[in-house]
Design a protein around this ligand. Structure first.
Ligand code: NDP
Ligand SMILES: N[C@@H](CC=O)C(=O)O
Ligand code: NA
Length: 918
């Protein structure tokens, strides 16, 4: 309240007339009350008229009402500000928020915590109460006398809640109101019971009691907390008129007048108002129908010209996508009013568009907050699209969210007779309208040869029939070729106010879908610029949603990784991934998320990504029985990341046999396992064909020379048009190590043991000693060069002593090996005596279409004699590298280098899927 003290009595008439011109009320004791004037008027009156010109007008102004004027002449008090304006903040609490006594207390605490000068709190009925009230009417109408007991239950619920929260006069007063109301309701329900019928307004009257009681309880709880609070029966204020089915339009003018009156009589700083209910212009109780309480809060926000409307709910805000489908969906900080409309159309957990309209005209923001998580700031829906700080200024910044609609069918009306014929579209959609179908999306290419549109699946047959009937003549004359139905479709929409004016948004969207191998059936984008809609197959929809969401909201390239075989190489790879993950995310926007690890006995699955710092402990604690099918299904299908790669770190043929099917379902494969590429030729050729058809990637750098860039080099040579003449070299790290270390008096078995301990050998070292491992590498290279060779086509010289070839276990073999040391020692000595060394080499003779694997003797000056440790050396003789071969040399076995080779394939995959280069 502000006090105006006229310095001279001559000022009073002037002041009063000025205030009267602004609808202010002058009371009988010459007090001037501004309660019916707007806050704007009040401010301008005080600041402009009286403060600035007080000398000429002769007024003094005291800002506080507590100052009593001591004037000899007249005294004018400006009562209030019980006025509307931005001192008011509106809160709305739904039924769940006031579902129990404890929750009502929480609501009261939240209201008390809000530091706004004035607060209007809109409440729904306690949860389930509205349904209970409608049920009473239903029962009474159908002459079911259990309505009485049901009403008693409603009474008890509210009585118990009040008893828990209130005491003394407040409790007594509420209970007497409740008793009176219930008594009246009983009488009314009895009347309905007798008549067997109740009107709609009667239902509205009965149903609205839930709000009346919750508002009164909350208001009493606030008073108990020391707050100056009153409650508002919004039926006294809010006037609405019916507007079509299940909708009403607020009468703002009438409501505003009633609100002004109400405020002039109820000066409290905190008001608890009933949501959902209102009156007709004839003062008949009614409701705001669907989403009623949110709508009440928005209308009140507009009537009060409030600072903000906060809608309290049980989610953290509006998500960038349905969090049940995309577990990495994020809560949006801000949405424009238009974006909120778009999202709500697609069923996102946003306010009904109707709720946004009242506040939009006064630029009042709506904030959606979680009552169960007060630390979450919620989502602010306001006018200007605010670019979120965490998102950079690129196309990504302008997409706010993604939403989907399922159970749709596309209808495609096609024919050459449509082009340039005015009225075709009108005839099509008139036919659709005639069967009452709702068109959800329309797309027509400018060639005008087809019009395609989406309708709910359940309506599509009627639509097709209507179109066939309508265009029977055109169809039989061939002017229209078909009315085709494409069932099982879904719509995926990207929403963002500024996205369409930003180059690159649709490219990014389509690119993400293409990378996830998702086919787009139709596209629509209006020039509203808020929404790009694509139609995809229903079974692809969630994957599509995840693909685009991860493209816009996660790292640029997110790949779900499944590790099969966490043995020496697999475990080393996991460690390397653990150490490098953050750098990759930061520098190349690549998120390699390990969603599962499977060995031959146990597997560990995660929905969000395994913590690689303690996966072994997790596997022990939470691991389950290995099941490869379930594993693959989990990694590929059960999460938010659209791209999947399986990394096979086993040496198993069984696992390799699955590659074909995995590639077919869009899974990429990376492996150091040589079995698939060196197995039966026809299987290999089918595998490669499948991989090309399915647009998947299959990388296997580590199968030859471990981490050395052998496959990569060969592919580059081939793809750039070079012709390979010969590839020869030392392809076995194990055998290289053995012959590099097998010197002087050392025993052969001893160096084999060392190679095994160093992690160079195959899981079964006989694969190395028998030359099979080298033969496989020769086959892999030969096939890469286009030679159709089988493993059996490669003559192999085995170093496994004949008697040990059939030895059952690796351990037995290793134990018995020393007995045969002398055989190989003799060969080595013979070479040395000739100034030569033994080297185990492989050759791919492309020119003559053959390969060979053999133990050779080389002069000590030969490059193959210069190696050390587990070095491989591979020489490519090609048309371009003819005089001097291209040579790759370095350690060709061991855990770190091999895992490193697998890792580099993963990065190659990421880069093929769109990751930027560093
Ligand atoms: N060592 C090296 O320097 C190089 C190795 N390679 C290749 O790397 C691969 C792995 O070698 P390495 O790590 O030494 O082998 P390991 O024997 O250490 O590991 C093999 C892993 O595969 C698992 N496994 C076996 N069969 C299956 C199956 N059917 N399903 C699921 N998991 C299975 C094993 O699980 P469990 O333990 O539970 O049985 C184990 O975890 C091999 O193909 C090898 O040729 C390639 C280049 C160099
Ligand atoms: N056992 C193999 C490992 C690499 O393929 C070797 O020794 O080269
Ligand atoms: Na390699």
């Amino acid at each position: 309240m502000a006090l105006l003290s006229p310095v001279s009595s001559s000022c009073l008439p002037r002041l009063c007339s000025q205030l009267a011109a602004h609808d202010a009320v002058v009371d009988t004791k010459s007090r001037v009350c501004l309660s019916s004037a707007s806050s704007h008027l009040q401010r301008s009156l005080i600041h402009k008229c009286y403060l600035d010109k007080r000398e000429s007008h002769g007024f003094k102004v005291s800002a506080s009402a507590s100052v009593t004027a001591d004037v000899s002449t007249a005294e004018v008090a400006v009562k209030s500000p019980i006025v509307k304006g931005d001192t008011w903040s509106i809160h709305k609490f739904g039924g769940t928020c006031v579902g129990t006594a404890q929750r009502i207390q929480n609501v009261a605490n939240i209201v008390i915590e809000d530091s706004s000068e004035r607060k209007l709190v809109v409440v729904s009925a306690m949860s389930k109460v509205t349904d209970m009230m409608y049920d009473l009417i239903e029962k009474a109408q159908s002459r079911d006398d259990s309505y009485e007991a049901a009403l008693d239950a409603v009474f008890e619920k509210h009585k118990l809640t009040a008893v828990n929260l209130l005491d003394g006069d407040e409790l007594a007063s509420f209970l007497s109101v409740l008793t009176r109301d219930v008594h009246n309701l009983k009488a009314m329900l009895r009347a309905i019971y007798i008549a067997g019928h109740g009107t709609e307004s009667f239902s509205a009257f009965v149903a609205g009691h839930g709000e009346l009681w919750s508002a009164q309880i909350l208001s009493a709880v606030l008073r108990k907390g020391g707050i100056d609070c009153t409650w508002m029966d919004t039926r006294d204020v809010l006037i609405v008129t019916p507007a079509g089915s299940n909708q009403v339009d607020p009468d703002y003018e009438e409501s505003e007048q009633r609100l002004d009156n109400w405020l002039s009589q109820n000066p409290s700083k905190v008001v608890v108002a009933t949501g959902f209910i209102a009156s007709t212009p004839q003062n008949i109780p009614t409701t705001l129908k669907r989403d009623g309480s949110d709508f009440s809060a928005a209308i009140m926000g507009a009537l009060f010209r409030a600072r903000q409307v906060t809608i309290w709910t049980d989610v953290d805000g509006v998500y960038s996508a349905d969090p049940r489908k995309v577990s990495e969906a994020v809560v949006l900080n801000t949405l424009s009013y238009q974006e909120a409309w778009e999202m709500s159309y697609f069923g996102a957990n946003v306010l009904h568009p109707r709720t946004i309209i009242p506040v939009m005209q006064y630029d009042i923001p709506i904030v959606i907050r979680n009552i169960f998580n007060l630390s979450a700031p919620g989502t602010k829906i306001c006018r200007a699209p605010i670019i979120e700080a965490e998102v950079k200024k690129d196309s990504v910044a302008y997409v706010k969210g993604f939403a989907t609609i399922d159970n749709l069918a596309l209808v495609n009306v096609e024919g050459t007779g449509m082009a340039g014929v005015p009225g075709t579209a009108s005839a099509i959609f008139a036919a659709v309208k005639d069967v009452g179908a709702n068109v959800i999306m329309i797309s027509q290419a400018s060639s005008e040869h087809s019009v395609c549109f989406a309708v709910p699946e359940k309506e599509v047959n009627a639509v097709a029939k209507a179109l066939e009937a309508r265009f029977r003549q055109a169809l039989s004359a061939g002017r229209l070729s078909q009315v085709a139905i494409i069932p099982n479709c879904s719509i995926l929409a990207a929403v963002g106010q500024k996205m369409a004016s930003t180059p690159g948004v649709s490219a990014t969207l389509f690119n993400a879908l293409a990378k996830a191998n998702i086919n787009i059936r139709a596209i629509a984008q209006g020039c509203s610029e808020y929404n790009i809609t694509v139609v995809v197959k229903r079974e692809d929809c969630v994957r599509a949603l995840r693909a685009v969401h991860s493209r816009f909201y996660l790292s640029k390239t997110s790949i779900a990784v499944g590790i099969i075989g966490p043995g020496l190489i697999g475990a080393t790879l996991l460690n390397q991934l653990r150490d490098q993950a953050a750098v990759l995310k930061e520098k190349s926007k690549t998120d390699l998320r390990v969603m599962g690890i499977i060995g031959s006995k146990k597997m560990l699955l995660s929905d969000t990504g395994i913590d690689l710092s303690n996966w072994k402990e997790l596997q022990n604690e939470k691991g389950e029985k290995a099941d490869l099918e379930k594993f693959v299904h989990h990694v590929h299908g059960n999460h938010f990341i659209p791209n999947t790669v399986l990394v096979d770190c086993t040496s198993s043929t069984d696992v390799a046999d699955h590659y074909h099917d995995w590639l077919h379902t869009g899974i990429h494969i990376i492996t150091p396992n040589k079995k698939a590429n060196s197995g039966p030729l026809d299987k290999y050729l089918k595998l490669r064909a499948r991989q090309r058809q399915s647009f998947t990637h299959y990388f296997y750098e580590a199968t030859v020379g471990a981490g050395l860039p052998i496959m990569h080099t060969l592919r580059d040579l081939l793809q750039t048009g070079d012709k390979i003449i010969k590839i020869e070299g030392i392809f076995s790290g194990t055998l290289s190590y053995i012959f590099n270390s097998f010197v002087d008096t050392r025993a052969f078995s001893e160096v084999v043991m060392e190679a095994k301990a160093a992690g160079y050998t195959e899981p079964d070292p006989r694969d190395d000693l028998a030359g099979t491992d080298v033969a496989r590498k020769v086959i892999i290279l030969a096939r890469e060069c286009g030679l159709n060779l089988e493993l059996s086509d490669i003559p192999v010289q085995s170093l496994v002593p004949d008697p040990l070839k059939e030895t059952a276990s690796v351990d037995d073999f290793m134990q018995q090996l020393p007995s045969y040391d002398s055989d190989i020692a003799t060969k080595r000595q013979a070479a040395e005596d000739a100034g030569e060394v033994l080297r185990y080499v492989g050759v791919v003779d492309v020119k003559n279409q053959k390969g060979v694997v053999e133990l050779q003797r080389y002069k000590k000056q030969h490059p193959f004699a210069q190696l050390s440790g587990s070095d491989n050396i591979i020489a490519f003789t090609t048309e371009r590298y003819n005089k001097q071969p291209l040579i790759v040399r370095g350690p060709g076995a061991g855990a770190e280098v091999t895992a490193g080779g697998v890792f580099s394939d993963l990065l190659r995959l990421a880069s093929n899927l769109g990751a930027p280069s560093c």
